[in-house]
Ligand binder design. Structure first.
Ligand code: UD1
Ligand code: UDP
Length: 373
């Protein structure tokens, strides 16, 4: 019998944790692997929310988050911190997800030790290195080092092949976010009270249509966030809608949103929701306004139109299917597009089709099979 493979998963932010927990669960349950988990703590509160709900106790927690951290200080600390963990663990594989500073530094630290890297959610490309920033370049850096590329879709796989990645190293697996959504939906069904946090707001806004909002992108700091805030303020002037906005803990987001939107009747600025309650927010929303990556995948999967407040997207699948639309950060455009959907049932119905190009909920199992072979 061959010795089990030691797999070190490395992640540090909320979206990475959501998209990695299905894989950690799969590795833990499979005796072909020894599963070890290193979290960087690039996020603290928002990471811990996911670790708790997914019942993951990391073997290493670098606890690196600093208030309003700069990209260079964060990256330097990540590289040395993760490097030290690799020297202790000496894994057979390092697995990173997506495009954050943690993912990029984790891959680089592994490469420096000639430990093979597997990249989950590989091949997403917007074609613009400043949108999303710095994620587009983080992904490309990881892609240049990875030995296994787990592309969520055929489109993502083709982007890698265009960059001359060895076809034998590219596997279309679906996106583990769909595994995570299935898992959380089952948990909500099994555990009463798990997704009840919004009940007071649902009562306060009874009779109004809910618009769910998230925004946090670095490239939107400044004018972009101001445009988004202005659009929310103007939409809230309609008596028939209410906007529920769990505000990201990044102080650059909080400052702008709280000063522009605090105290408005039809806007609820709330703390980040844990995953079950955020899934509930999508569920009760008529539409989602977001600049998030993950929400662009989840909203279409749940049949909710999503207006993407970005100039470009590396997730064209929802746009192609007609369930997502790029609206940028100009307030006039956001308001016009949202009102069009709110006021034209046929336009709304055309977008509100459950559409799921991102996977079938079996992505983690496919990834585990590749890591085992
Ligand atoms: C990071 C990722 C981004 C990802 C996003 C998901 C990078 C460069 N950016 O952006 O790709 O889309 O996470 O949310 O990797 N903070 C807290 N508590 C938390 C989390 C953040 O207080 O739980 C505050 C801290 O002041 C921190 C700041 O937010 O310094 C910024 O966090 P950081 O991870 O650097 O950037 P994000 O904008 O969250
Ligand atoms: N999310 C959450 N609570 C919130 C907002 C978002 O659990 O209050 C989840 C959401 O379901 C998605 C992920 O966080 O899975 C997206 O994270 P974020 O938007 O921070 O990062 P991105 O996906 O843009 O990298």
């Amino acid at each position: 019998m061959t010795a089990p493979r030691k797999i070190l998963t490395v992640f540090g932010t909320r979206p990475e944790a959501i998209k990695m927990f299905p894989l950690v669960h799969a590795l833990q349950a499979d005796n072909r692997f020894v599963s070890r988990v290193c979290v960087s703590g690039q996020h603290r509160g928002m990471l811990d929310q996911v670790l708790e709900i997914a019942e993951i106790a990391p073997h290493h927690d670098l606890d690196l988050m600093q208030p309003d951290q700069t990209l260079d200080a964060l990256t330097a600390n990540l590289l040395t911190g993760i490097g030290q963990v690799l020297d202790i663990e000496r894994p057979d594989w390092v697995v990173v997800q997506g495009d954050t500073a943690t993912a990029m530094a984790g891959a680089l630290a592994a490469y420096y030790r000639k430990i093979p890297v597997a990249h989950v959610e590989a091949g997403l490309r917007s074609g613009n290195i400043y949108h999303p920033w710095p994620e587009e370049v983080n992904r490309k850096i990881i892609g240049s080092m990875a030995a296994l590329h787990f592309a969520p879709t055929q489109t993502a796989a083709e982007a890698l092949l265009r960059e001359n990645v060895d076809p034998a190293a590219v596997h279309v697996t679906g996106n583990t976010v769909i595994d995570a959504l299935h898992w959380i939906t089952q948990k909500i069904d099994a555990q009463s009270g798990l997704a009840d946090a919004l009940a007071p707001l649902e009562a306060r806004f009874a009779g109004k249509r809910i618009i769910g909002v998230t925004s946090h992108r670095r490239e939107n700091f400044g004018g972009g966030m101001e445009g988004i805030a202005d659009a929310i303020r103007r939409l809230a002037e309609r008596g028939d809608v209410a906007l529920i906005f769990p505000v990201h803990l990044n102080p650059n987001v909080r400052k702008v949103m709280h000063s522009a939107l605090g105290g408005l009747d039809n806007v609820a600025l709330i703390e980040p929701l844990d995953y079950p309650n955020f899934a509930r927010l999508i569920d009760i929303s008529t539409l989602m306004l977001t600049d998030s990556g993950g929400v662009q995948e989840e909203a279409p999967a749940l049949g909710k139109p999503v207006l993407v407040m970005r100039e470009t997207t590396e997730r064209p699948e929802g746009i192609a299917a007609g369930t997502a639309r790029l609206v940028g950060t100009d307030a006039d455009v956001i308001v016009a597009e949202a009102c069009h959907l709110l006021d034209h049932p046929a336009a709304y119905d055309a977008m509100a089709r459950a559409h799921n190009p991102f996977g079938d909920g079996q992505s983690a199992a496919r990834i585990a099979e590749q890591l085992a072979s």
